[in-house]
Ligand binder design. Structure first.
Ligand code: HSE
Length: 434
């Protein structure tokens, strides 16, 4: 079998997992690739005790790995967008194929990177960038190639899902669960990327491009985190037959494309509502096949390495193939990408859950419902919790039907301005995913 030399840049959680799984499963991997895949070089500032590096050339300068003539494939597992971007562009300019696990790099700089790779005739694959070990990119890019994809919705940040699950099941505090996710190696170097939805947004933007054939447009996506989710919302959602999940949603509608990450109430009977802990899942709705669901470990060393190595195998199989015959980086061949409008959040349409504190006196409820009706917001369900003996305010929960966000915001502002409503209204978007 022809040898394929791999240089791994970055030997942290994902790089070390890739190194070890490649060594452990070499027989199966090589039989699948039809090539003898060998890690010849590692670029890392320091050794990782989890890896036996004997016989491997270790360079402390990661960029130097991209200069080694005999290296065919550069695996970038450094993370971030600084040195990682330099490594990827250097590898491309030196005619090397690239496999990366870096979602931020692809979401923010993918258009530039793919153009450089196209010009140089090399492949850039990035299965591990979305949903860790779940082969969702291959599924959307290749498995669903017959379809017009209408929408997709995913739990694509394991840390956030772990936090929401522990809050719901064990009543644990937000910060306590986040600290555990950090210890387990799931969280990003900066965990605000997890809890504020930035990491999920990176992944969503990639999935949307693959699904709809549009360029990567991270700057136009809407992102809202989970740090404002209160324990009582989790409980009220359950009472109404819903679960709160931090979803990334990409939807093609007549006016353009919706790209949004936010906490979302989803019916508890949906399979995706029962995806718990650090697991990820992506639900894809397409015209020919209907709905398909992809589920598995969204983070962690070896699950993510599984995706990195699948890409290495693909590249090994395709490296001698003319570039026109290779699977395109964004599913559609360059020149066939549409520039669909990404809609501002005010233009999206969805349903809403509202929780507010209203003074327990005649006429308040009718004022609230009148405001909703004046703005074209119709009510699906309304619950008023009994007022505690020592309190003047009642908790009111309202579920609305689908409405444009702009109209809902106007109604919300009017309700908040009522003297009988205390504080701000807590709202969470609701999706049926039907
Ligand atoms: N911080 C990410 C997560 C890691 O929790 O899902 C995998 O991308």
């Amino acid at each position: 079998m022809k040898a394929v030399n791999v240089g791994i840049c970055g030997l942290g959680t994902v790089g070390s997992g890739t190194f070890n799984v490649l060594a452990r499963n070499a027989t199966e991997i090589n039989a699948r690739a039809g090539h003898d895949i060998k890690v010849s070089h590692v670029g890392a500032r320091r050794d990782n005790p989890a890896c036996d590096l004997s016989g491997i050339t270790v360079l402390r300068d990661v960029l130097a790995v991209c200069e080694v003539p005999e290296v065919d494939i550069i695996v970038e597992t450094i993370g971030g967008c600084d040195i990682a971007k330099e490594v990827v562009l250097k590898a491309i300019s030196n005619g090397k194929h690239v496999v990366t696990a870096n979602k931020a790099l692809i979401a923010l700089h993918g258009n530039e990177i793919f153009a450089a790779a196209e010009a140089k005739g090399v492949a850039v694959y990035y299965e591990a960038a979305v949903a860790g070990g779940v082969p969702i990119i291959k599924a959307v890019r290749e498995g669903l190639a017959a379809n017009k994809i209408q929408w997709l919705a995913g739990i694509i940040n394991g840390t956030g899902n772990f936090i929401l699950t522990e809050m719901r099941d064990k009543g644990r505090a937000f910060d306590d669960v986040l600290a555990e996710a950090q210890e387990l190696g799931y969280a990003e170097a900066d965990p605000t990327f997890d809890v504020e939805g930035i990491d999920a947004c990176h992944k969503l933007v990639i999935l949307a491009s693959l699904a709809f054939g549009i360029p990567l447009q991270f700057e136009k996506a809407y992102t809202e985190g989970i740090s404002n989710i209160a324990q009582e919302d989790v409980i009220y959602a359950e009472e109404l037959g819903y679960r709160i999940k931090h979803l990334g949603i990409a939807k093609r509608v007549e006016a353009g494309v919706e790209l949004r990450v936010h906490p979302t109430l989803i019916p508890e009977k949906r399979l995706i509502a029962n995806v718990d802990g650090v697991m990820n899942a992506v639900l894809v709705n397409a015209d020919a096949v209907g709905s398909t669901l992809y589920y598995g470990a969204g983070a962690g060393s070896e699950p993510t390495a599984s995706s990195v190595i699948a890409d290495i195998v693909d590249v090994a199989r395709l490296m001698d193939v003319e570039k026109e015959q290779r699977v395109p980086a964004l599913a559609f061949h360059p020149g066939h990408l549409d520039v669909d409008d990404v809609l501002p959040i005010e233009e999206i349409e969805t349903a809403y859950y509202m929780r507010l504190s209203a003074k327990d006196e005649p006429g308040v409820m009718s004022s609230i419902t009148q405001i909703l009706s004046d703005n074209g917001v119709s009510i699906e369900a309304l619950i008023q919790k009994p007022v505690a003996a020592d309190q003047d305010y009642a908790v009111v929960i309202i579920l609305t039907n689908v409405v444009k966000e702009k109209a809902f915001n106007t109604a919300l502002a009017s309700i908040e301005s009522l003297a009988a409503v205390a504080g701000s209204v807590n709202r969470i978007r609701v999706e049926s995913l039907g």
